[in-house]
Design a protein around this ligand. Structure first.
Ligand SMILES: Cc1cc2nc3c(=O)[nH]c(=O)nc-3n(C[C@H](O)[C@H](O)[C@H](O)COP(=O)(O)OP(=O)(O)OC[C@H]3O[C@@H](n4cnc5c(N)ncnc54)[C@H](O)[C@@H]3O)c2cc1C
Length: 411
């Protein structure tokens, strides 16, 4: 679509939220365009071929709460095969690095910690989750590692009320061709301007004036779906300023999760879809998905401060660390069997600046503040605005649909 000078509804960002909003507005009779800073759709959903044999989701990969996830129906409609096998992280541990006795002990400690958070949240008073770590428990560092995978941050930065609000049906499926590839297909028919970074939304006059890297357009309404860190850093600005939105976004920063893909020679030595982790007693550890979909590879996952440290160490640091860790678990023979293919660097990505949002202690209410429309013409979507499915792609999608309904109701 050529860049218009005026439009009814401008959607800022073509990630899951923007795509959900644009689809929901399709038959509204309104003219709509998505303004996307990148040269692709999907945002934090991005599938690449890491090698000719290995499909790699650099961002989201799991259809969490699959029984309530809009992308399941979308995948079925677009003929994308869904893999319904159990995820590796809980039920499919493999190897001697984390002996079954230790593992059971750890799972017990983790479940008891989650139970304490749930009980504490009933009081309705927000605290940092780290307050509920049991003093002296040997598994505390690993509980922090798990928090960094789930939330992108360690327990000291995590609001208990926000964590408690998250809904998870514990049904987790995957898209064989990739979650990002599914988003690309879902976005194929939508009106889009690529390489179109929005810098300023001027809402001082009757029509919005939206300044972008492709020029200025006017719009009646806008749906803003950019990640919270861009609002918090004022990379996307408003005039007049919206200090409540900036403050809300600062209370909901994107934590960090990064992935690495390693090619694996002699894959038959390892089980398909197993999980490898060591009882390292450290927070600075990876978790490894062996041979996802039976592919000849290992996918590593890192979170929180350790992921940031590895990203800051430069390109290749995540792969180098992963190979060292896997070799320590499986033996030195594995060094020659593993080869780096690709790794993500979400904190260094200018249009994401992190991976998924969490509320800082004391800021659990900020999702509702961020989601509230301004003057019935600025509408806010994106995973961080989802009340219960935040941090996920389906939560983002549903927030876009919600914002589209608000737009239609405001006509
Ligand atoms: C490593 C990793 C693993 C994950 N795993 C899962 C998972 O397994 N399951 C799951 O459900 N979720 C997962 N997530 C989270 C999920 O990817 C996100 O919650 C979801 O994709 C966010 O969608 P969104 O539309 O809210 O934001 P985004 O996808 O970030 O979309 C926002 C869009 O706005 C664009 N944009 C930014 N700035 C501007 C600007 N100035 N002008 C115009 N456009 C701009 C961006 O380029 C982007 O395309 C993961 C994320 C990461 C990073």
């Amino acid at each position: 679509m050529s860049f218009p000078s005026e439009i009814d509804v401008a959607i800022i960002g073509a990630g899951a939220a923007g795509l959900g909003a644009a689809h929901a507005l399709k038959r509204s009779g309104l003219s709509v365009i998505m303004l996307e800073a990148r040269d692709r759709v999907g945002g934090r959903g991005h599938t690449v071929m890491a090698s000719p044999e290995v499909t790699f989701d650099l961002g989201c990969g799991w259809l969490h709460s699959a029984d309530q996830n809009a992308f399941v129906k979308i995948a079925e409609a677009l003929d994308f095969q869904i893999d319904r096998k159990l995820p590796p992280w809980r039920e499919r541990a493999w190897g001697k690095a984390f002996p079954p006795g230790d593992r059971d002990d750890f799972i017990r400690a983790l479940d008891e910690f989650f139970e304490r958070l749930e009980q504490a949240a009933k009081d309705g008073v927000d605290h940092s989750a780290s307050l509920y770590l049991e003093s002296g428990n040997r598994w505390n560092p690993m509980i922090d590692a798990i928090s960094s995978y789930i939330n992108g941050c360690e327990t000291d930065s995590l609001s208990i009320l926000d964590f408690d609000a998250y809904e998870d049906s514990n049904i987790n499926w995957r898209v064989r061709r990739g979650y990002g590839a599914l988003m690309t297909a879902y976005g194929a028919s939508l009106p889009l301007a690529f390489n179109c970074a929005v810098a300023l939304i001027n809402h001082s006059a009757k029509r919005l004036r939206i300044e972008t890297s492709q020029g200025t357009l006017t719009a009646d309404k806008a749906i803003i779906t950019v990640p919270t860190n861009l609002i918090a850093d004022e990379a996307v600005r408003f005039f007049p300023a919206l200090p409540d939105k900036v403050e809300a976004a600062r209370g909901l920063p994107l934590g960090l999760a990064d992935k690495v893909m390693l090619a694996l020679d002699e894959p038959e030595l390892l089980p398909v879809d197993g999980n490898l982790r060591g009882a390292t007693m450290r927070t600075e550890m990876g978790t490894y998905h062996l041979r996802p979909f039976g592919q000849p590879c290992i996918e590593g996952f890192f979170g929180g401060r350790f992921a940031q440290q590895l990203e800051d160490a430069g390109d290749g640091a995540i792969a180098a660390h992963s190979i060292d860790e896997i070799v320590a678990f499986l033996g030195s023979d594995f060094r020659r069997k593993l080869r780096p293919l690709m790794e993500s660097r979400w904190a260094h990505d200018p249009f994401a600046r992190g991976s998924y949002s969490h509320a800082l202690p004391g800021h659990a209410g900020k999702r509702a503040v961020l989601a509230t429309p301004v003057d019935n013409r600025l509408f806010f979507a994106g995973e961080a605005t989802s009340p219960n499915f935040f941090s996920t792609a389906h939560g983002a999608h549903d927030s876009g649909v919600r914002a589209a309904k608000e737009v239609m109701a405001a006509r």
